[in-house]
Design a binder for this molecule. Sequence first.
Ligand code: PBG
Ligand code: ZN
Length: 329
Amino acid sequence: MSAYPQVRLRRLRRTKSLRRMFDAALPGPEKFMWPTFVMEGKNGREPIEAMPGQSRLTVDVLPAEVERVVRMGVGSVLLFGLPEEKDKDQTGSAAYHEDGVVQQAARALRREFPDLVIFTDVCLCAYTRHGHCGPLQASGDVDNDRANAILAKVAVSHAAAGADGVAPSAMMDGQVQAIRAALDAARLTDTLLMSYSSKFASAMYGPFREAEKSAPQKGDRKGYQASYGDLRQALRESLLDEGEGADLLMVKPALFYLDILARLREQTQLPLAAYNVSGEYSMLIATADRGWGDLRGMVREATAAIARAGADIIISYWASRYDEIFGEP
Ligand code: PBG
Ligand code: ZN
């Protein structure tokens, strides 16, 4: 009785009603975190060419857009700031200004949506002239320890502005420890720390760098972001961040790194986020636009894969299009 013709697996998936019973549900909107770009200015809404459906918004128009997303049930936002070009410097100091765009956005959203979970990206690449994630040494290398001190200030300023959580993405050694210590010293002991812990030097961040105007002027990020050739080191990155006091870990990108996500799932009890990055968003749109695939079908299948690999939450631009993609047709 253990083989065909007695055994016929098709019985279990023959009809739509049966499949609905046995298939795992796609993640609900509450599992999604929407990455959102906030820029200086008033009444501004700039569509991001490389990310159709996503825009840079000024702080005054942000709440209306977040309201639309919250109405669909999306649980959380992840804020990225775009300073004015003139405010960029060698160290990224505008990132911790009390009146920076992210700080303003966090305050505005906290006021209008008391229950919204607000996370902020903590990095310097959008705030430095050279576009690296920390200040540079004479050699051109990023100065790890000076970056940590600045990142800690940024995190404290975001938390003080009302963020529930801060998410350092610079991939500096010791950044989680430095930020946790600074938050504790500022008595911000309830602030969540979501580490971009296994973040790879990926070719899939192109559309995001256009959105954020944050591409490095010279060189690349391979000296600090994890190498996709070294699985063990990538896992160590996450496990070390757990030890340094992270509340959540992350694998980024998501789709090309599902093996890492699945392994990490077995090595930690912390909640895991998967960042379904800009290139993963835009490639499916580009494919659909050429008539080579059905957008809803592709996104749903990709999202199911991320959930299956072990993500507890999914950071995804699709969050703002939740109903279109995940709603009943
Ligand atoms: C900045 C940062 C990047 C992303 C999130 N935070 C870009 C990078 O590291 O170059 C990428 C997100 C995406 O592609 O959607 N440190
Ligand atoms: Zn960065």
